[in-house]
Structure formats: structure tokens, C-alpha cells
Write a protein that binds this ligand. Sequence first.
Ligand code: G3H
Ligand code: 13P
Ligand code: ZN
Length: 328
Amino acid sequence: ALISMRQLLDHAAEHGYGVPAFNVNNLEQMRAIMEAADETDSPVIVQASAGARKYAGAPFLRHLILAAVEEFPHIPVVMHQDHGTSPAVCQRSIQLGFSSVMMDGSLKEDGKTPADYDYNVDVTRRTVEMAHACGVSVEGELGCLGSLETGMAGEEDGVGAEGKLDHDQLLTDPEEAADFVKATGVDALAIAIGTSHGAYKFTQPPTGDTLSIQRIKEIHERIPETHLVMHGSSSVPQEWLEVINEFGGAIPETYGVPVEEIVEGIRHGVRKVNIDTDLRLASTAAVRRFLAQNPAEFDPRKFLKVSTAAMKEVCKARYEAFGTAGQA
Ligand code: G3H
Ligand code: 13P
Ligand code: ZN
């Protein structure tokens, strides 16, 4: 059944688990997410970005998610709009039937320029008013997402601040977070604690302090009723990078957020964990390997099947690690 983000994350908070929120762009990702959820008995958050709407079209994405709800009626599914750049964008998603929207007012409408606090409060508060009247949940964002190591927001198209960010922009201020939640009424808050979007988060192998767990604790203590969201939470599995590079790819050395650090964040109030890049890497690795090993094959279903299987493996691993498994 389709449920709101608030319903799911309240349950997650009560039972102390986190929920991976996977981005969806196509049928293979949708199937991978649902089959993994079905096999592990996990509730689901699927999210559509502006890039996904551009690629697949909003009606196709909507029906893809509704088809998942129809085929797996026993699994709770949140249909979430990722990184809305204005109240108008969120309004269109609410009209389409999304049960949750993100109003990302940390950046201006161009999705690149860091916005000031008052602007963020204004657009987020307006979105909350509209969404709550329709039973739809809202995620806001405070702070600028960016790697604590590189100061960069990441290489995703569409979202992310331009240029190098200062250290204090990279960590959400706990007092400001408390004020923001009070002023806007958001259900969930994306915080800046050292993650960035895309595959190029860190140049060095992780040493256990990729994220500021301390900052997560301080924010959670100030706003215990608000569900914390971690964007840029791909772990960039080295196994998949090796497969990509073994079969013709050329991805430079790079590292993501270790799963154990995310699990530590979940212990301190993180409830929604956004993952897109890991499914992209798994899919590309599986397709590259399959086509290299089966050069005479030309039926796309053959290589898309291994793409689905690889993504499903990642989804299952995250459902199990985050404690989502068994909670549907
Ligand atoms: O928020 C970033 C997600 O990874 C979506 O990326 O806009 O390329 O679909 P995208
Ligand atoms: P990754 O690029 O780390 O997968 O993050 C995705 C994300 O935050 C989508 O909003
Ligand atoms: Zn994001």
C-alpha cells in the first residue's frame, strides 16, 4: 500500500531502524528494489529526482511506482519526490499522487546557489502548508551538502552547490535546525554532516570518521521528533568499481560512505538514507561484464536481467544492514 513518509519514519523511529530511499528511473531499478524488499520483508521508499522525471517522464515514473504497489500489495511504499527546487515543483508532485515531497530550500531555484536561511524557511513553510493539507509529508534541507574532505558538493547533474564550500557551511547547526523545524513544521530534515552526492565523495580510503557522528547526535538531541535524512549515502562498493574497470570502464580511485558509519548514524536518529549512485555502479558493472562475456548477445532483456540482479543484491544488503528487513 502507498503510505506517507511520516507514517513509515514514525514506525522506524519507534523501532530504531533506518530506511534506504532508492532513486528510481526505470523498470529494472523498480523491480530490483521491490524484489529485494519482498525477499527481506522491508518497507520501501522510492524517490524520483528531476533528472528521473526528465529521463522517464513524470507519468511513467508515477505508474511504475503504482505498478509496484499493485504487484506487491503487502509492502508499504512511500512515493517520494527527491530535491524539489520550488513549492510549485512540489505542488505538481502532490497533484500526481506522491505521498511525500522534498523541498530543498538550501539552494536557490537553480539548484546551485546556496540560499539564505529566510528564503529556505519561506519556501519550506509554504510547501508544508500545502502538503499537510493533502496528507503528504515534507522533507526539508538545512546546510550545504558537501564532502568534509574535499569541500565539494559532488558531481551529480541538477543538484549541488557550485564551487568549494567553507567548513561551517558543511555542517548543519543544531540550534538553527531546531529553529527551522519550529518555523516550517517539516516531518523530516536532510542535514549536512559530511556526505556529498555522486561517486566522488572521498579520495582516500575511509578511516572511520567520514561523517560527523557527533553533529548527528547534537542535532538529534535538539529535535528528537524530526526524522533525520542523510543524502549522498552511497558506499561506492569497491567490488563493483573493479568489475567496471576490468570490463572496459575507466573510473578513477574513489570512496563512499562506509555502511558501518551509516548504521552508527541510524543509532542517533537518521531514518532515511538516500542511495542512487550504488545502484548505478552495480547496474553498469553487471551490464559491462555481461556484454563483454557474451559478445554475440543482443537481446536487451539478457543484459537488463543481470542489471536488475546486481541492483537487487545492493538493495538487500542495505535493507539488512539498516535494520529495515523484517519491518514491512
Ligand atoms: O540527488 C541526486 C540523485 O542522485 C539524483 O540524481 O538528478 O541525476 O537523477 P539525478
Ligand atoms: P548518492 O549519490 O550518494 O547515491 O546520493 C543520492 C541522493 O542523495 C539522492 O537524493
Ligand atoms: Zn540528495
